[in-house]
Design a protein around this ligand. Structure first.
Ligand code: HGY
Ligand code: MN
Ligand code: MN
Length: 413
């Protein structure tokens, strides 16, 4: 059975979803719980309904669209991804895994395939950390990696709470504790995603099959010194918070290079100073640091060494500091049986493929806490992602969706 992917329909849906954005094309910006997010959810809900899927929405807006199988006793095969987009992003990150999953189901439906196990698309809430500073909010709560109490403490940049925002979005009727899903509820979770890296394109391959997802950690560090007049405070008398932060950003780089594995990465993506006037010595600096590695112990070594370097920098510069762990997660290992199932699907379809790691994190990282997982990657131009010129071609997309369709059919039979 060769599922026939209607790539024109799917491309048109990807393009219209991309217009539901705070920023004009080609950039996509769609923060969770924004009006653009609401409009996108509405569009997807209508498409899910049109495909005859049964829809359920949980207390943070995770949306479950189920194609019932002939044997309701079978555990569902889940697939899906996210539709929120960081500022000035592209139109495929996450979206490919939601609209692609819908297209995979429609292709199976029109091929006359009837699943025994239910197949369920999950649209995860807030995979990106933009709104609350923490990524994978919806899947963390589903996998009980984030407690409802800790989630209730989250605030966005305007000080709004998760409870406030989810209620305003119409998801507030149930408590956050109702989001958790017990281990074993799903037989498998398969996520289709662009690679967000250059390997598949460089090796001219159609499909990547993920064996491991890197372990992400994020720290917030606040430095406190003395402010003062840029002309009047002489250098020996200064306690300049921005310089403690600057040394720390450089420490991230040299610690990852020296202690990380070849997959180790470190980024100081947020660097704020106060008061932020050219002629005023910064009295406060705040960094948000993202550290990842497929080797968990290497990443932990980087984290530990960074903490002691920060202490040393602040002692030498007479600065106060406060380190907050935003998240510190283990890597996820994909289930070998699912890796083989996805590989067989790629082989059957006649597509070239390879096994690989994912350095980006995904909702799969937390679905791995409650179900066996695998991810299917397609190439993206120059490996670019999280930027408006993120691009995968219709034929690359169609191949990814076909491998997903074949894998879902194989697992649901
Ligand atoms: O940061 C990530 O890896 C994902 O794109 N949120
Ligand atoms: Mn992303
Ligand atoms: Mn993503």
């Amino acid at each position: 059975m060769t599922p026939r992917i209607d790539i024109d329909r799917l491309s048109a849906e990807i393009d219209s979803l991309a217009l539901l954005s705070e920023t004009p094309p080609p950039a996509v910006t769609r923060l969770v719980f924004s009006k653009e997010d609401q409009a996108a959810r509405k569009m997807l809900g209508a498409l899910f309904e049109k495909a005859g899927l049964e829809i359920r929405v949980d207390a943070v807006g995770n949306t479950f669209a189920r194609w019932n199988g002939s044997d309701p006793a079978r555990k569902p095969i889940a697939t899906g991804s996210h539709i929120d987009a960081i500022p000035n992003a592209g139109k495929y990150d996450g979206v490919l895994g939601v609209l692609g999953a819908l297209e995979a189901i429609r292709a199976l439906q029109s091929s006359g395939f009837q699943p025994q196990a239910p197949i369920e698309i999950i649209l995860f809430t807030s995979e990106e950390p933009t709104r609350f500073g923490l990524g994978c909010l919806g899947s963390r709560l589903m996998g009980s990696r984030l407690s409802p109490e800790r989630a209730a403490e989250l605030r966005d940049h305007d000080g709004k709470s998760l409870d406030e925002l989810r209620a305003a979005a119409g998801f507030g009727s149930e408590p956050l504790a109702s989001v958790a899903i017990p281990q074993g509820n799903y037989a498998a979770f398969v996520e289709l995603h662009i690679e967000q890296g250059p390997i598949l394109e460089r090796e001219n391959l159609d499909i990547g099959i993920v064996e491991k997802i890197a372990a992400p950690a994020a720290l917030r560090v606040r430095f406190e010194g003395d402010g003062g007049h840029a002309g009047a405070v002489l250098m020996p008398d200064r306690r300049d918070a921005s310089l403690g932060a600057a040394e720390t950003a450089l420490a991230v780089e040299h610690l990852v290079k020296s202690l990380g594995s070849s997959d180790g990465v470190g980024t100081t993506g947020i660097f704020k100073i106060k008061p932020g006037a050219i002629n005023s010595v910064p009295f406060e600096a705040t960094l948000e640091i993202d550290i990842r590695d497929t080797d968990h112990s290497a990443r932990q070594a980087v984290e530990e060494s960074l903490r002691s370097e920060i202490r040393e920098i602040c002692k030498r510069r007479h600065l106060l500091h406060e380190i907050t762990t935003i998240n510190s997660d283990p890597p996820a290992i994909c289930a070998p049986a699912l890796v083989e199932a996805a590989e067989s699907s790629a082989r059957e379809a006649g597509f070239t493929h390879r096994r690989m790691v994912s350095r980006a994190y995904h909702d799969s990282l937390f679905m791995a806490l409650i179900a066996p997982i695998v991810m299917v990657f397609i190439p993206c131009r120059n490996g670019w992602s999280h930027r408006p010129d993120e691009f995968s071609s219709p034929s690359q997309i169609a191949k990814g969706v076909e491998v997903l369709a074949r894998t879902l059919a194989r697992l649901a039979s």
